[in-house]
Design a protein around this ligand. Structure first.
Ligand code: UD1
Length: 337
């Protein structure tokens, strides 16, 4: 199938492009390059041996987007594009609501104008909110106490898709709620390339391992967890990428929601230790205060995706750390290397 991949030059997008080609699909990348680079697209082409088409475009340019959908003969869309920094979304809520919602509405209008009826959307486990008890199930109430505008935009888009599918019996929409993606393609050619000092644990630890940052700050070791540090459901980005392919292959009229997680919980200290083994580098850390808003533990009940999509995460944390290290050590300055 010919697939429009919005945000296709980003971390998850590049890996999804590779997984799509491996599964026999033809991705067409659209990205405004606001948080990515054309070098990432070049590396996707190098890895796949395909001249994957790329359009530099803001999705709000609806006429241009409609023309791309028509001219490329797009049959389905995987919608990853959006602003995604939690702290920034608190400081700049209007920019987050504006960008994430307007670009999605523009995309849905462009799809309608060009007769494209299939969409897979990238959401987040954050939508389960602060009250939720892990493991999170798709049937759990979501959207109630989501603590930041970024997460709220994701939940609003989930609702827009459900309403659009209820109104249009031909629309096929699947929402994927990601847990914590880590790792990189095993080639070391594509990976996560944060523009600033990373907020998330895995890219931060990698920059300590490569010597760019002095030490990891562990946000609290007094949680009610086995070693006192936060538990998260980390999954390899190639597993996540393959989850999109599985969702695409099983689209049906209506809207559906699936967790994409490994279903296992790993602590901050366990993840640091796994990166230490993978890199062979010392990873100094110090325990500091809890980060406001952090949950003690979040992890998926991953059984629905296994039953209905035939998908489950296969790669280990150690494999993800080894693949990340290959990317980071071979590209210490990311795509600028
Ligand atoms: C965060 C966001 C979430 C977003 C996700 C994207 C918050 C509250 N949540 O999730 O909305 O969808 O990123 O990947 O920001 N940690 C440290 N030191 C660090 C960084 C993190 O100890 O320097 C700990 C955290 O306390 C947490 C774990 O590592 O226990 C994972 O943190 P992180 O990678 O930021 O992901 P989430 O908080 O799960």
């Amino acid at each position: 199938m010919k697939i429009l991949l919005t945000g296709g030059a980003g971390y998850i997008g590049t890996h999804t492009a590779v997984a799509l080609v491996e599964a026999g699909h033809d991705p067409v990348i659209v990205d405004d390059l606001s948080n990515s680079s054309e070098e990432a697209v070049r590396r996707v082409r190098e890895l796949t041996g395909r001249q994957v088409p790329f359009h530099e475009l803001d999705l709000r340019q609806q006429d241009a987007l409609t023309a791309i959908l028509r001219e490329e003969g797009i049959e389905a869309v995987i919608h990853l594009a959006g602003l995604k920094a939690v702290g920034e979304s608190v400081a700049q809520p209007l920019r987050y609501y504006g960008t994430n919602l307007e670009s999605t509405l523009s995309l849905l209008e462009a799809m309608r104008a060009s007769g494209v009826e299939r969409i897979v959307f990238s959401s987040t486990a954050t939508v389960y909110g602060a009250h939720a008890t892990p493991p999170f199930r798709e049937s759990d109430q979501a959207g109630v106490d989501v603590s930041h505008p970024y997460g709220k935009t994701k939940f609003m888009i989930e609702q827009i898709l459900a309403d659009a599918a209820a109104a249009d019996p031909a629309l096929q929409a699947t929402v994927l709620r990601y847990f914590n993606p880590i790792g990189a393609h095993p080639s070391g050619r594509i990976g996560e390339d944060p523009a600033q000092i990373p907020n998330n644990l895995a890219p931060f630890v990698l920059q300590v391992a490569v010597g760019k940052l002095p030490l990891v700050r562990v946000f609290g070791n007094d949680y009610d967890t086995p070693d006192g540090t936060g538990l998260r459901d980390y999954l390899h980005v190639m597993d996540l990428a393959e989850g999109h392919v599985a969702a695409l292959d099983r689209l049906e009229p209506g809207s559906r929601v699936y967790n994409l997680g490994s279903g296992t919980a790993t602590s901050v200290l366990e993840l640091i230790e796994s990166f230490r083994r993978a890199s062979g580098q010392p990873i100094p850390y110090e325990v500091v205060a809890r980060r406001p808003g952090d949950d003690p533990a979040t992890f998926a009940d991953a059984s629905l995706a296994a039953q209905e999509l035939g998908w489950s995460a296969k790669r280990s944390i150690d494999e993800a750390c080894a693949d990340s290290w290959r990317w980071q050590s071979q590209n210490p300055r990311g795509y600028a290397s």
